[in-house]
Design a protein around this ligand. Structure first.
Ligand code: 6PG
Length: 225
């Protein structure tokens, strides 16, 4: 059973402000307790506001380690890459050491990239914060409704994504759940149906993410309905 804490805000801007503050607080605590902050970035467009706010904040960037929840199989410098969005709105503006930014090498193709990324996360027993978005069909990362992925893989090669491009790489639901904190960022009326189904207990991919501490959903009024 998924434990969900709903945090609703009037606007997408207020969602972003609250989420970025929560991330900065988690980072401070993680670095104080363990010397590092392991953050998994979400793709898509919703997190862009959060990344911009983080880029304007003060943080102990030298101890941040960046991972990705999923990535599209496109050339490394393609504007539609999740890594390009993160680079433009956050990573290119703050002093996180390059060797601590773990980009998914999806320009290699789904399987080689997934195999490489399994090695990257093999040494991570838990992330500190995982950020995720949600599609209008209730997908998250590149985990889509009706798709069956091997349950014992930590990283999946995805071949038939209904959201272009068709080929992607995604952390598994189990891997995404290995985190001290999980924030979903859900805004806009296009997400309303999926939010309602989620709240009714329909097992969408978002409902498969089940960290011990539950999930925090930061949602605006437009998406909550
Ligand atoms: C992607 C993302 C995907 C995204 C949702 C929401 O590669 O597109 O990983 O899971 O988070 O589709 O996208 P928006 O934030 O653009 O609505």
């Amino acid at each position: 059973m998924q434990k969900i804490h709903w945090h609703s805000f009037a606007t997408a801007e207020k969602v972003a402000a609250a989420a970025s503050q929560q991330i900065l607080t988690a980072a401070e605590q993680a670095i104080k307790e363990r010397g590092v902050f392991k953050l998994v970035l979400a793709g898509g467009s919703t997190p862009d506001k959060v990344y911009h706010l983080l880029s304007e904040s003060r943080a102990d960037w030298a101890n941040w380690h960046i991972y990705y929840g999923d990535e599209r199989c496109l050339p490394a410098d393609h504007p539609e890459r999740n890594s390009q969005m993160a680079q433009a709105s956050l990573l290119g503006k703050v002093a996180i050491p390059a060797e601590q930014i773990h980009t998914m090498p999806t320009e290699l193709g789904p399987e080689p990239a997934a195999a490489a990324y399994r090695e990257v996360i093999a040494g991570v027993d838990s992330f500190d914060t995982v950020l995720l978005g949600m599609g209008e069909d209730g997908h998250t990362a590149s985990l889509f409704p009706g798709h069956v992925n091997s349950p014992d893989e930590t990283v999946h090669a995805i071949y038939n994504s209904p959201k272009p491009p068709p080929e992607r790489v995604s952390l598994s639901a189990k891997t995404l759940s290995q985190t001290r904190q999980l924030l979903f960022l859900v805004t806009g009326e296009g997400k309303r149906d999926a939010v309602q189904q989620w709240r009714q207990g329909i097992i969408l991919p978002v409902a498969l993410i089940r960290p011990e501490s539950g999930v925090d959903v930061y949602v605006d009024a437009a998406a909550l309905g």
